[in-house]
Design a protein around this ligand. Structure first.
Ligand SMILES: [Fe+2]
Ligand SMILES: [Fe+2]
Length: 383
């Protein structure tokens, strides 16, 4: 294949997709007048419901709508938590001591936090706009923005969807990605750090004054407390984003429409990018010279994972180890988990709930997100 052919191949491919769409649009318009048997004969499958129409032709299956709606909900939730981090610790963040403690993990943390926030805002807005462009309902969780903001300097006083003030962070992804074992094949993994009931943002200025110096290692109780909070944020960033990477992977194999598939894998790739970044940064909380911070309030401890170390906790092994995937074939470096049971929509909501991310939300909130999750997990690819 010469260079010109290579360049034209994707273009040709998408032109074919559009042509196929135009054909389907024609079929769609004729639907009302054609008996069901004839529709099946033309290739319009029973799973393609009349629920929604596409401006450019074709219809979304109810499964594709459910997938997009759940992903929109997940992105709205992610946006809410990232905005809290961004207000306090982003490039225009308002809490100098929190920013200084985050910068002990990496000097560029404020930039990364702001950029991750921007990404989530764009994901949520795009998915809802796309749903509407194809005649489907967007997702709105505004009625559940009822949780309190941090009282620390820098935080806006507005209602929140998520709670970052008492997290139980599952850090087993840290050992999972360093292991040859695969959770989808039944393996379980140890926590790298035990982070239980720990804030990931400063709570108020009495607990953590915003002008405290944050040397490495921290020498005062206020500085230790703030560093433990920033370290918790570092692990929480990775926890959230590895979940996103697994969720998008698990949803991708249920998608029917080629454009929806393109959206799911294109956004999913950025979730993997986020995870890779945070996986690197969090290691600085548990390696020298910062390792050894103990929160004086909660006792949560960030040990030196390189002492005594070992492959399952070595902090600079941030790229995935090859793992078991398909029986009878070699180990391979992949996102895991990816099964519906371990990485799907319900698994995501259950994991966020165990994280205490929704602490304070009521029955209606859980009913809404669980219904969206069940519908997304039930989606099936139709060909
Ligand atoms: Fe996202
Ligand atoms: Fe993300």
């Amino acid at each position: 294949m010469n260079q010109e052919d290579l360049a034209s191949t994707p273009e040709t491919h998408w032109r074919n997709v559009i042509r196929r769409r135009s054909f389907l649009k024609g079929v769609g318009i004729a639907t009302a007048m054609v008996p069901a048997g004839a529709l099946l004969a033309t290739g319009v499958k029973a799973g393609v419901t009349a629920a929604s129409r596409n401006e450019s032709g074709g219809r979304l299956t109810s499964g594709d709508v459910a997938i997009l709606q759940f992903l929109a909900a997940a992105e709205i939730i992610e946006t809410d938590l990232w905005q809290q981090y961004n207000e306090l610790g982003g490039v225009n963040g308002g809490n100098p001591a929190y920013i200084a403690a985050l910068q002990n993990l990496d000097g560029d943390m404020p930039q990364y936090i702001t950029d991750n926030t921007d990404d989530e805002v764009s994901h949520a807005a795009f998915l809802n706009a796309y749903l509407m462009s194809r005649g489907a309902e967007p997702v709105n969780l505004d009625e559940f923005r009822v949780l309190p903001s941090s009282k620390a300097t820098g935080a806006s006083q507005i209602g929140r969807l998520t709670n970052l003030q008492k997290l139980v962070v599952d850090t087993s992804f840290f050992t999972r990605y360093r292991s040859e074992d695969n959770p989808d094949l039944g393996a379980t993994f140890k926590q790298a750090v035990n982070i239980v009931n720990e804030p990931a943002i400063p709570l108020n200025d009495t607990d953590t004054p915003p002008d405290t110096a944050q040397p490495v290692p921290p020498v005062t109780n206020s500085a230790r407390r703030m560093q433990a909070i920033a370290n918790t944020a570092g692990f929480h960033f990775g926890y959230i984003e590895q979940g996103g990477a697994s969720l998008y992977n698990s949803m991708s194999v249920k998608v029917t429409d080629l454009e929806v598939l393109r959206i799911v894998v294109s956004i999913g790739g950025v979730e993997v990018d986020h995870f890779g970044l945070w996986h690197d940064k969090m290691g600085n909380a548990v390696s020298q010279p910062l390792a050894g911070v103990i929160d004086p309030e909660t006792g949560v401890t960030f040990p030196d994972l390189n002492n005594p170390g070992g492959e399952l906790v070595q902090t600079n092994k941030i790229l995935p180890e090859p793992t078991r995937f398909i029986e009878g074939l070699p180990l391979v470096s992949i996102i895991r988990p990816s099964s519906t049971a371990n990485a799907g929509a319900l698994a995501t909501i259950k994991s966020f709930t165990a994280d205490r991310l929704f602490e304070g939300q009521g029955k209606e909130f859980f009913a809404k997100v669980m219904a969206l999750a069940e519908a997304a997990d039930a989606a099936q690819r139709r060909i």
